[in-house]
Ligand binder design. Structure first.
Ligand code: 2HG
Ligand code: ZN
Length: 478
């Protein structure tokens, strides 16, 4: 059980952090007390914005001594309310936004050392400045921060070649729930000293400590890229196309993102300045990016030839390959705006599932039919990272229904139905967004005693007082 902070600890925090690092002002705290989609609202005793790791350590030490809960927060772009405090108002909301320095960039080590609050697109720019690239990207790149990306083991639109955050974090610095500092920043490519605390902290959603900085893997900058938009009739053809493109271009395919006609229409409806990339209507669309480092052959030629061949064979209906950076960016904008467009379209029972890639096409066809049959009038809006098996399988209320009321009433049954469907196909109910608060019930229902037992044992070992981000990820003992 955690406690509310008393006047003594609040005064000590205020003294230690100063006016820039401590506030209890309701208006200053308000934007950070709800999740990005506005579904979950919480409260906090204070908003703490430390400037450096020493200050984070001071906060955790004071909180641990008084058994006060801490909720770490980066860019507040969580899709599962992982950084939103409970409604008790007893927690300290710990924002990492002020810790936004890039401490080092090395083209020899191919490493960037970034503090927790560095925004992903700022890291992209910094890496480009030394002729390198941080090869992870997602729609929220202008606001998502390193600590949150690490704590959710973020994936996004570009994991085919270099993987998720787990594959990209080579060193980590964190303040543990005890208040001790774990200094694991040195970027060793080989290090076999037993259990890997770095990997435990990645994807821990702030429940095992506060990530304060990380050493991140960089790769050579892109010399040339091919960005293509393809219209096709069904997801089976999409998967066949992916495998053909891979076979024809080696390791060049970085992104393979699929969206059906209803998702493209939703983007065009909500996002100003967007337009359909192809002339006709296509049941499915795929956005593809292939890259090559400087000096290697431009992938545009190979991708154009392979797409022409696929069209000739009847595998795809139509395609364009961007002829300028502006056109490539316009195509990417269609993909990266889906979450915003969907938010504008109203509430949905949302799912972030993974199944083996080979299963995705059948899953999309059969899963959509099964859900729409079971929940009369509901509309499946499914899109995502087809190339890595991660689909955002969202279910919207019947046309004309009150969306919020429908999601509240039917959501739990829809979630259980979808997740059971996924589990029966060897999948996961959280591919890249984490568990947070919103998947906790379903995680507890489906995880099984072994996974839950190990999860709780790790949590108890590192955070015996339960002060770190309580109510997230680790289901309470019922
Ligand atoms: C994406 O892939 C994000 O666009 C958001 O992960 C997915 O809103 C969603 O369901
Ligand atoms: Zn996604």
């Amino acid at each position: 059980m955690t406690c509310a902070p008393d006047a003594t600890i609040l005064a000590a925090l205020e003294r230690r952090l100063g006016p820039k690092g401590f506030t209890r002002d309701a208006a200053a705290m308000e934007p950070w007390l709800s999740d990005w989609r506005g579904r979950v609202h919480g409260a906090a005793a204070a908003l703490l914005s430390p400037a450096n790791t020493d200050e984070v350590q001071a906060i955790v030490q004071l909180a641990a001594a008084a058994r006060v809960a801490i909720v770490p927060q980066g860019g507040n772009t969580s899709m599962v309310a992982g950084a939103t405090p409970s409604t008790s108002g007893n927690a300290l909301l710990l924002s990492l936004r002020r810790m936004n320095a890039i401490r080092a960039l090395s083209s020899e080590d191919n490493v960037a050392v970034a503090e927790a609050g560095v925004i992903l697109s700022d890291l992209h720019e910094a890496a480009a400045g030394i002729g390198r690239r941080f090869p992870l990207s997602l729609g929220a790149k202008g606001s998502a921060r390193i600590s949150g990306l690490i704590s959710t083991n973020a994936g996004g639109t570009q994991v085919l070649r270099f993987g998720t955050m787990r594959a990209l974090v080579v060193g980590i610095e964190a303040v543990l729930p005890s208040g001790e500092r774990f200094d694991g920043l040195s970027a060793l490519r080989k290090d076999n000293r037993g259990y890997d605390l770095r990997q435990l902290l990645i994807g821990a959603e702030g429940t095992l400590g506060v990530v304060t900085a990380a050493s991140l893997r960089l790769v050579p900058a892109i010399g040339a890229r091919a960005v293509a938009w393809v219209g096709l009739s069904d997801p089976h053809a999409a998967l066949a196309l992916l495998r053909r493109l891979e076979a024809g271009t080696g390791d060049a395919i970085e992104s393979f993102e699929a969206m059906p006609a209803n998702v493209l229409a939703m983007v065009l409806r909500h996002i100003p300045g967007t337009r359909a990339p192809l002339a006709g209507d296509h049941a499915w669309n795929v956005l593809i990016e292939a890259t090559a480092p400087a000096g290697a052959p431009d992938p545009v030629e190979a991708i154009t030839a392979l797409l022409a061949e696929a069209a000739g064979d009847g595998l795809i209906e139509d395609a364009i390959v961007a002829t300028s950076e502006a056109q490539a960016e316009a195509l990417w904008k269609l993909r990266e705006s889906i979450a915003e467009a969907e938010r504008g379209d109203g509430p949905a029972a949302k799912h972030d599932i993974a199944v083996p890639v080979s299963v995705v096409p059948d899953f999309l066809v059969e899963g959509s039919a099964a859900v729409e049959q079971k929940f009369a009038g509901s509309r499946v809006v499914a899109f995502g990272h087809l190339g890595d098996g991660n689909i955002h399988f969202n279910v919207m209320a019947p046309a004309g229904a009150d969306g919020r009321a429908w999601v509240e009433r039917e959501g739990p049954a829809v979630n259980a139905f979808v997740h059971d469907f996924v589990a029966a196909r060897g999948g996961s109910l959280s591919a890249e967004h984490g568990i947070g608060q919103l998947r906790l019930t379903e995680f507890a229902r489906t995880a099984g005693p072994v996974r839950l037992g190990v999860l709780r044992a790790i949590k108890d070992a590192l955070d015996p007082l339960g002060i770190m981000n309580p109510g997230k990820l680790v289901p309470p003992l019922s």
